[in-house]
Every structure is written in structure tokens, then in C-alpha cells.
Design a protein around this ligand. Structure first.
Ligand code: 4AD
Ligand code: MG
Length: 444
């Protein structure tokens, strides 16, 4: 018999099905036993009348929580059953894999008459056994939502003539700054793990590919222990040619994200609110935008937040967080574009204006940076000078060569997929990733 997903089985009372999954819950009573069986689509109650089915007793006697079983049986409608008003009356139960007692508590277990309450395991303990932690409804929803998000970004760009490329992650030079790069042994020399696909996105522009994007791993050797930093994340990067200004890049991004959030809300808005307690808000266009100095003035005037004059060319973490309050109050919006960063604080490849400001932006969502974007410097001599000023000479020569034989004006951005997921679902980055990677975490 072919397997039926539980969500489909629920729709066909009266039929015999084979359903397979994890034992989500198991109660073994004197006369009756109840299994809640869970697969990736749904849950269903399997009801066993022990007197009527003595042949199943031995199997039931071995069952433990989270064991994997195959159940063949009749789908029955019964309005008294809490879970969907449906139960499965089994004719056979096969144990595929027995689970040992679980080493973590995925949720707090409330006290009973016999046992004291059990606390939920910490996120670090849960990551030690991430595969068990990922079996929860919340975590499985997370991956369904993330799949929809990335797929929608991809679809949006494909409809607008973008090509998808796959760039190397082993490279000969640091792509963002020399500081946060992982050096790896590469035969008898050193290589570096790509800190972004930046150089190759731009090479694609010099190749005449016109509009490209990439979804791929990004490595940062940062010893950060925050709720939003990891040493390996998934970047959604794009780059396109013949722009007039970085504002064209901002337009592209706001439309892309709005379309994506529309689709997420449509399909998963209800479930996200139920499981994560946070509504999905579809933003209005255009997103508010503000110059960095103006933002600092506003934050000082409204909330008494002050920073040293010398720090005002970049965004502090506190300013990022406070900017959420500001953008909600003033614009009733969750997103804020911030422009006017000092070139000195930005990567060398950003184009600069006459005042020495980078011609780019950060996008802040719910108080956290999710994107940096810019128009790039495509004029060889100027780019070379900017690289040298940052002490990047020989290392980036191969990259500078991309601009010597004809290259259109272009710009793009890098969007952190893990940050986006985390902010959408009100989680920390550790909770939002399939497996987190940090300075102290290389396993599982
Ligand atoms: O701001 P970043 O460093 O920009 C770049 O990589 C440029 N090449 C982008 C461009 O096209 N100009 O990284 C882009 C995004 C950040 O805005 C953030 O969402 C995410 O990547 N990110 C991180 N996410 C998790 N952990 C980290 N350590 C991250 N560093 C950056
Ligand atoms: Mg950035």
C-alpha cells in the first residue's frame, strides 16, 4: 500500500490508508491506547481498542515517544475526537525505529500529581540535539515559511529577467574586510572562505549577465555572541546593471520584500500568529528612508539618545534598535532605509559622493539590519585607489581586473536569510537556523 500523508488521510473518512510518522504523544490505558501520530503535514489520533485487537498489544507495549511507526488502518469520522474529529482504527502497526528516552525537553512539561514540572532545555542544549528539536510544530513551520520566502524572492527576480548564479566559496582574497575572514589550508597555500559573493556578483556584471542573484553560504570569522550574529549564514545577494543610483536598488528591494511578505501572510499568516505570536505585516510602499545624521538628530530629540560626533558616520547597535521605535512612531512602518554612511565605514567597492559618503544604504527591519546595498564603483582608476586606501592592493588585483575591459554601472545588495527568518518569527538567530554556527559551535 502507498503511503498517504496525514493531511490527505484526514480528508478521506471511510478509506483504508497507510500513514507513517513520529509518535507525538502516547497514552496507554487499561482498555484503550491512543497514539497521536505526526508527519510533516499534520497529526492524527490512532485509537486502539485493546480488547478487540489483542494482536497489537505486543507492539503497543514497546512504543515510546518519538518512535517512528507505520500504521495501516481505517480513517473514521467521530465528532467526539478533539483532533480534527478523525481517528484511525489500525489493523496493523509496525515499529520502524524505537526512540530512546529523549535527552532534551523541547517544551516545559507542566507538573502532574506524581511528577514535578520539567523546565524547557536551553537553546544550546536543544541545538546539541537539533534534529530532535526540529520535530516541533513551530520548527517545522519555520522551514515551510523559509522555503516560501526564498522561493518567492527567486520567483520575483526570475520574472524580472534575473539569472541565478553559483559563485565559489573558496577564494584567494578577503571580499569584505581583511579582518573577519576564515583562512583555510588549500594544498600548500592559503585560501579564504567567501565573506560574500560580492566580487563574483560584480564579475557577472562585467560579463554582461546584466541581472543576477545568488542564494548561498556566507562566512564571517566574527567572535560575536549576540542574538543576530553567526559565523556561517545564508545570503540572498543580487546585482544589476545600468542603474542610475543606489535608489534603484532600494526600489527593487522594497518591492521584492513587499511581494514576499504578501505571499507569506496569505499562506502562513494565521499559523505564524498562532505558533509564534507575531502577526505578519505587509509593508506599504515606498519604505521610509532617512539620512544617518538626520536619524541621529531625531533619536536625540525624541529619546535623548546621544553618540560622539565621530561615531555618527556609522550606525550603532542602539541606534538600530531605537530606529524601530522611531519608524513605527513616525511612519507606522517596520522597515527603515538608512543612507549617508561615511565611505570610511563601508567596503572599498561602494561608490562615493562628493562629500565622501557611500552611495548606499542599510535596510533595518524591526530594529535589526537585514541588508546592506549600494551602487558600486565601476571606474577602474577610482576603484583601484579606494582599494589601496583600505590597504587592499595585490590581494584584490584579480577583482580590479574585472573593471579594465568594459563594465556597466551597477549596484546590488546582500540580504541575510537567517536574519529575515528570525525577525519574521520573533526568534533569535540560533533558533532561526537549521543548525547554528558560532565561535563555540561546530557540531552537530
Ligand atoms: O552587510 P553585509 O556585510 O554586506 C555584504 O556582504 C555586502 N557584500 C552586501 C552588498 O551587496 N553590498 O552583509 C549582508 C547581510 C547583512 O545585512 C545581514 O543581514 C547579514 O548579511 N549578515 C549576517 N547575518 C548573520 N550573521 C552575521 N554575522 C552576519 N553578517 C551579515
Ligand atoms: Mg552591513
Amino acid at each position: 500500500m502507498d503511503r498517504t500523508y496525514i493531511a490527505d488521510a484526514l480528508k478521506i473518512p471511510g478509506r483504508q490508508v497507510l500513514v507513517q510518522g513520529f509518535v507525538d504523544n502516547f497514552r496507554d490505558g487499561k482498555n484503550m491506547a491512543f497514539i497521536v501520530l505526526k508527519d510533516i503535514t499534520e497529526k492524527v489520533q490512532v485509537t486502539i481498542d485493546k480488547n478487540a485487537h489483542p494482536e497489537l498489544l505486543e507492539t503497543i507495549g514497546q512504543l515510546t515517544a518519538d518512535s517512528v511507526i507505520s500504521v495501516t488502518g481505517l480513517v473514521k469520522q467521530d465528532d467526539y475526537i478533539k483532533l480534527h474529529g478523525i481517528e484511525i482504527e489500525p489493523v496493523s502497526i509496525r515499529i520502524e525505529s524505537i526512540a530512546e528516552p529523549l535527552p532534551i525537553n523541547r517544551k516545559e512539561i507542566p507538573a502532574t500529581k506524581k511528577k514535578a514540572a520539567l523546565e524547557r532545555s536551553s537553546i544550546d542544549q536543544r541545538i546539541d540535539y537539533r534534529w530532535i528539536d526540529l520535530r516541533t510544530d513551530e520548527n517545522q513551520l519555520l522551514f515551510k515559511v523559509q522555503t516560501l520566502m526564498v522561493n518567492n524572492l527567486r520567483q520575483f527576480l526570475l520574472e524580472r529577467g534575473f539569472l541565478e548564479i553559483h559563485t565559489p566559496k573558496l577564494i584567494g582574497a578577503a571580499s569584505e574586510s581583511g579582518a573577519d575572514v576564515f583562512e583555510v589550508k588549500y594544498f600548500d597555500r592559503s585560501a579564504y572562505l567567501a565573506q560574500s559573493p560580492q566580487f563574483y556578483k560584480q564579475m557577472a556584471m562585467a560579463s554582461g549577465l546584466d541581472r543576477i542573484f545568488e542564494v548561498g553560504p556566507v562566512f564571517r570569522a566574527e567572535k560575536s555572541y549576540t542574538n543576530r550574529h553567526t559565523t556561517e549564514f545564508t545570503g540572498f545577494d543580487l546585482e544589476f546593471s545600468y542603474i542610475d543610483s543606489f535608489r534603484d536598488v532600494m526600489r527593487m528591494e522594497e518591492e521584492l520584500l513587499t511581494d514576499m511578505l504578501e505571499k507569506v501572510k496569505e499562506k502562513y499568516g494565521g499559523q505564524i500568529e498562532e505558533k509564534f505570536g507575531r502577526p505578519v505585516i505587509v509593508p506599504t510602499l515606498p519604505f521610509p528612508a532617512i539620512d544617518l545624521r538626520e536619524l541621529y538628530d531625531e533619536l536625540e530629540r525624541r529619546y535623548g539618545y546621544t553618540v560622539e560626533e565621530s561615531e555618527k558616520g556609522d550606525m550603532t547597535t542602539e541606534a538600530e534598535q531605537l530606529s524601530y521605535k522611531f519608524v513605527q512612531e513616525v511612519y507606522g512602518h517596520e522597515f527603515l532605509f538608512v543612507t549617508g554612511f561615511d565611505a570610511e565605514k563601508r567596503a572599498f567597492y561602494h561608490m562615493r559622493d562628493e562629500q565622501g559618503r557611500a552611495m548606499g544604504y542599510d535596510l533595518i527591519w524591526r530594529g535589526v539590519e537585514i541588508t546592506t546595498g549600494a551602487q558600486r564603483e565601476h571606474r577602474y582608476e577610482i576603484l583601484k585607489k579606494q582599494a589601496e586606501e583600505k590597504g587592499l592592493g595585490e590581494d584584490v588585483k584579480f577583482y580590479l581586473d574585472f573593471f579594465r575591459y568594459g563594465c556597466p554601472p551597477h549596484g546590488g545588495f546582500g540580504l541575510g536569510v537567517d536574519r529575515m527568518t528570525m525577525l519574521l518569527l520573533d526568534l533569535t538567530i540560533k533558533e532561526a537556523m537549521f543548525i547554528f554556527r558560532g565561535p563555540n559551535r561546530l557540531n552537530p
